[in-house]
Write a protein that binds this ligand. Structure first.
Ligand code: XIL
Length: 362
């Protein structure tokens, strides 16, 4: 009991003795109102799996509220771009480890995990690499060295990697604009060997394939499942699948669930890897994020986290949001300046979306 409660108790007993019966009843009820309402659990406290956020070094260093929010709500981080090939591999003979090292150490110092994103992404091959016009033998030899060096450097520290990102286009064909499609006769074989190189560099790291619209696009899902079957037949290691989940308030929830169940049928670990929920779906310049819109967004988040909870426990890996606060979401540059897709608002206050996410967790 606090001093305040003791004083209040003594006072109430005194007044109670000198009041009429009606007044006594009212006063006793007032006294029973809890002085300290229970403290609400944060996302990472409630979840029985990792809750991740994509973060940027410059924001962690530049804004203490950002850093505090990451540490308070999350148990895992992903580098938003600092661990992509173009950031690390600055020339044929030079690696820039500054930001990647910072983020790996940040995770360790704050008792968090870090998910590695991403070793092979068509969109992040450095210009010097593309300009070299390697044939398939030289290309693979270079990439093998890169994977071995990066995964080896963070062996035991980065416990999971997106080995390959966005191999397939919408509908499930191999992505035409990818340099890998141009160089290799059998791109899937190349990707399989990349998983092998990663496994050799850190046998304990969990290896993921990551893509977008996986649960919505049945063609893409079929292509991914076919790749997994081939990997298994060939002995190429793969532990998990990530769907980015850059979805929106108007994404069809039933389609999402059907696709999610289908994805889970692989038996692999499942990562919701880049979750954010767009609200300004029409990209309108006059868009206003009203309470009603915020409520809809909250319901979408709740639907997604409760859907994830239906997975068998041994397939739950993590849910990662692509960012921490609406203030720095990538979508203001890549979608529309008026966009509010995350769990915390510009001032790091919890949005209804946060409560929805939390409510969906078991
Ligand atoms: C985005 C980042 O958020 C941006 O900051 C960066 O400039 C471009 O990439 N799918 C992915 C992520 O797998 O790596 C992308 O991240 C978003 C789409």
């Amino acid at each position: 009991m606090t001093t305040k409660q003791i004083i209040f108790g003594v006072l109430s007993a005194f007044v109670f003795a000198s009041c009429s019966n009606d007044e006594k009843v009212v006063f006793i009820y007032a006294d029973e109102t809890p002085v300290n309402p229970p403290v609400q659990a944060t996302l990472k406290e409630k979840a029985k799996f990792k809750i991740g956020a994509a973060v940027k070094m410059k924001d962690l260093q530049g804004e203490v509220n950002y850093k505090n929010a990451v540490v308070k709500h999350y148990s895992q981080i992903t580098a938003e771009y600092e661990m992509k090939m173009a950031s690390i591999w600055t020339s044929s003979t030079v690696y820039n480890w500054t930001a990647a090292d910072y983020l790996v150490n940040f995770a360790k110092d704050n008792n968090m995990e870090i998910h590695g994103h991403t070793l092979i992404w068509y969109d992040s091959f450095p210009d010097w690499f593309k300009n070299a016009k390697y044939d398939s033998i030289a290309f693979e030899a270079k990439v093998k060295i890169y994977i071995t060096d990066v995964v080896g450097r963070y062996k035991g520290k980065v416990k999971s990697w997106d080995v390959a990102n966005e191999v397939f286009a919408d509908g499930g064909a191999l992505r035409e604009e990818s340099v890998i499609k141009t160089v290799f006769k059998d791109p899937i074989g190349f990707y399989g060997r990349c998983f092998q190189y990663a496994r050799a560099a850190d046998p304990d790291a969990k290896l993921f394939y990551n893509d977008y619209s996986v649960v919505l696009d049945a063609g893409k899902r079929t292509a991914i499942k076919k790749m997994v079957t081939r990997f298994k037949a060939k002995g190429y290691p793969i532990d998990g699948l990530g769907d980015q989940f850059h979805y929106a308030n108007d994404t069809n929830k039933q389609t999402m669930k059907t696709g999610f169940t289908d994805l889970a049928s692989t038996g692999l670990l499942i990562h919701i890897s880049e979750l954010d929920i767009k609200v300004n779906t029409g990209k309108s310049d006059s868009y206003v994020f009203t309470d009603a819109e915020a409520q809809k967004q909250s319901e979408t988040y709740q639907y997604i986290t409760s859907m994830y909870e239906e997975l068998p426990q041994n397939q739950k890996f993590a849910i990662t949001t692509w960012g921490v606060t609406d203030k720095y979401t990538w979508l203001t540059a890549f979608w529309h300046p008026k966009e509010y897709p995350l769990l915390l608002d510009n001032d790091y206050n919890k949005k209804p979306a946060y409560q929805g996410f939390l409510a969906g967790l078991k």
